[in-house]
Design a protein around this ligand. Structure first.
Ligand code: URA
Length: 422
């Protein structure tokens, strides 16, 4: 077997065997297959796709490229989001479902590009740390029902190396590559059930419903075939989620949501995802689980669990950092908000320091944006559309205004939950 024959076979659209796929992944990991050869392979997959069987094989090979975790705790339900702008779902959802008996043992990442990462967001709480040993992680899940750590290095090393190359070869948006990347990590991390939040829209990896359905169905199939009940919820990411974009601002909005005072879309999303997680765990109906979720958002129990969690990971909730300056950006016209470009706003947030372009960049946890209007809202000339929270870096008013489209006629609010695949 050699890489040139495999590249040739793929180019002729012939199906690759599991042995051939393993040869490529192992070879790339041990350095016998070079970056430029792997780039060619990834590009072929991006252009020509992989069959369902090949994708399932690839996931299995990646899953076994490193260690897998078995926490030996029953009832762990994992939730994974494909990432979007203002996506603080995990920060709300983890303590919320933990307050209803679901065990959350979450591995999260840092932000790269226009989307933020949960770890960066939580680290804007002074003292909050995400480094723990496996033993400490397990103990915390057992004791308080929720723990969050950074990606463990020994888990799915193939994904780490391949993802770095995908990032610089324009192959990030390939459906089989996304499915195998996400599912290999989910299957390696020891949850017994998996809920996927697949974002669809201009601020997400996938911008159309057709491809999202394809990806969602594929991931659900891979999860179920591996004996882990998997549900995928397709959710809108055309406009940012909630009002806040930026690390500490998103934590503050998460706290409001955990106190029952959050934005409508974020509250709706955590209620839906949470109800699915609770129902998978306890076999009660989604409707009954939704009622329990709403109760715990309003009776203080979800927030109480959040406080316990933050304390357990060293955080001081009294000390959430905020920026020095604020600037309100006002509408130049009357009308209805018809679009808020999540992708561009995410990029502007990064420009003022809220995100990073390379892994080495240092983020400023205090800065970002807070929307004052969402799609469908009426706006008058002179009313605030959004507030920029900044320290030493700013962007021009025009760049921010360009993210908004205003229509003279009434506009419906965006539908948040687009589909559920089981
Ligand atoms: N998230 C992942 O972990 N992998 C992808 O390929 C895309 C999103």
């Amino acid at each position: 077997m050699n890489i040139l024959d495999i590249l040739d076979k793929k180019e002729k659209r012939e199906k690759l065997t599991k042995e051939e796929l393993k040869f490529v992944i192992d070879g790339f990991l041990n350095g016998t297959i070079k970056d430029y050869q792997m780039s060619a392979f990834l590009t072929e997959i991006d252009l020509l796709g992989l069959s369902e069987e090949e994708t399932i094989d690839l996931t299995d090979i990646m899953l076994h490229s490193g260690e897998t975790i078995d926490l030996q705790i029953d009832g762990i339900v994992d939730k994974h989001s494909t990432g979007g702008v203002g996506d603080k779902t995990t920060i709300v959802l983890a303590p919320l479902v933990a307050s209803l008996g679901v065990k959350v043992a979450k591995m999260s990442g840092r932000g790269l590009g226009h989307t933020g990462g949960t770890i960066d967001k939580l680290e804007s709480i002074e003292g909050f740390h995400t480094e723990m040993t496996l033993e400490e992680f397990k103990n915390q899940v057992e004791e308080i029902g929720v723990a969050l750590v950074g990606q463990m290095n020994n888990l799915v090393p193939a994904d780490k190396k391949i993802y770095a190359l995908r990032d610089v070869t324009g192959t990030v948006d390939s459906i089989p590559l996304i499915a195998s990347s996400i599912m290999s990590k989910k299957l390696a991390s020891g949850a017994s059930k998996i809920v996927l939040d697949l974002k669809v829209g201009c601020g997400a990896l996938i911008d159309n419903l057709k491809e999202a359905k394809q990806l969602g169905s594929l991931m659900v199939k891979i999860g179920n075939m591996s004996g882990k009940e998997t549900v995928c919820v397709l959710t809108n990411m055309d406009e940012p989620l909630g009002f806040a974009i930026g690390n500490s601002l998103e934590v503050l909005e998460s706290i409001q949501t955990l106190q029952g005072k959050g934005p409508k879309d974020l509250t709706q999303l955590v209620t839906k995802l949470g109800a699915i997680m609770v129902s998978l765990n306890s076999k009660i109906s989604i409707e009954d689980a939704s009622k329990k979720i709403q109760e715990n958002l309003n009776n203080g129990k979800a927030y109480e669990k959040f406080l316990t969690w933050v304390k357990a990971q060293g955080g001081n909730i009294e000390k959430i950092q905020t920026s020095k300056h604020k600037e309100e950006i006002k509408s130049k016209e009357d009308g209805y908000i018809s679009h808020i470009n999540a992708l561009e706003l995410g990029k502007l947030a990064r420009k003022i320091g809220a995100g990073r372009l390379t892994k080495e960049d240092v983020i400023n946890p205090k800065v970002g944006f807070v929307l004052n209007k969402k799609v469908g809202d009426k706006v008058s000339k002179g009313q605030t559309l959004i507030t920029m929270h900044y320290d030493d870096l700013k962007v021009e008013e025009k760049e921010i205004l360009d993210c908004f489209k205003i229509s003279k006629t009434k506009v419906k609010e965006n539908k948040l939950i687009l589909d559920i695949i089981k």
